[in-house]
Design a protein around this ligand. Sequence first.
Ligand SMILES: [Zn+2]
Ligand SMILES: [Zn+2]
Length: 444
Amino acid sequence: MSEMKIFLEKIRSCWDGENEITIDEARKVVKEINEFLYTNYPGIGDTFALGSSYPYFSDFHRYWEENHKEILNIKINETKCESVADVMHGIFVETEGQTFTNIWNMFGLSNEEVCRVRMLTANQDFRGSRSFEELAKIYEDDPTIFDLEKIQSSPDEFIKDIGAAKLSQNDKRISYAKNLVNLLIEKETEPFAILEKYNNSVMGFKDDLLARQTGYGNKKADMFIRDMIVLNIWNDVTGFEEINVASDVNTMKVALRTGIIETEIPLVSSFLDIFCYQYGDVDDMNASAWRKVWEIWKEKYPTECIKSPCLMDYFIYDVVGKQFCKPTLAIFKCDECEHTFKWHSGRNKTCQVCHAAGIKNVRATKIASVMPCMDEEGSIAIQKSKFVSQEGLMPYLQACPFKTICDSTNKRFLEPPKSISILGQTGWTSAYAEKDKGGGGLMS
Ligand SMILES: [Zn+2]
Ligand SMILES: [Zn+2]
């Protein structure tokens, strides 16, 4: 009999279904819910995660592991994918492809040096250009820190030197550093030339990187490979089209709101998503959906398309996800007059209407923040976004390019999933509780 059925029968027996619920009955319900969701018992069985086995967290956990896929029923909506593909193609044509080949700052390092610094650190949780700037400085100060033999003989020093020792899981970091340089030394090569050892096949390289416990998972490997190709550090490679969009909360958010992925019920809270099954599925389907967008785009406009889905990353993640699809339009009310006005920054303190009329020093109070696509004056925020105001690729853009799609899906309120990690101080494995013992859960 399924865990769910047993649970529902217990809940049903708590109440006669007619009279008001007494505190005694409510007490039983609370106990049953807690037991079902958050307690285990000897003999509950084991699940397999992250290379080890763990006892189930609860009967619900066991049920969720088996049934989450069918319950959520995540699907890719191809019609929406085509709408998104058309928008992407339009942007490609308008900006002559430049929106999709955003080149990040190399801070004066050569191709060889950028490749070395990125490859040896991207597996240690350093992300984005800001941390690259710090790492580039560390390299400038003392390039020998990144010497392969030096790392091989004292990987712990390397972890300290790049500033990763203050992050958690130090032992793991040391072994990642060591396994990675071992791979390079064994292949008798340097990061810049590693692809030659795999006949320039990015997938051959990626598979090996993932198999050797180097700290590179799917996503980190994809992002590293993408950057090397976008920066033209690696060229003439094969298999670039296999690299997916790097799934994250921003790309998931845009996928859910445009409707390219759909779920049968709204995503559940991370408190129910024990061991991150929902998060993992949304993550996978998100990458597949963006790949679908790319496939449709490439098929419809073969000569006006990017070379790999991963090149959509910058636009979806950084521009749409972090700049447009957020409540960046602030609505203010003047502290002294009746009028309200919209502004691109919530940090404003002045009544801009009074000021423009020559009445200075009148304060204003923010009464709301909305997404630009939800307000007819949304262009105020879009025009001041970093993408529009600083990059000069689409200086006349007035609205998020996906606005029309979101208007028709009407799902712009959807939020991406969150995840509670499996391991660590605030992870599921620190939150176990046994039936009838009480307690358990997370403390922050
Ligand atoms: Zn005013
Ligand atoms: Zn929107």
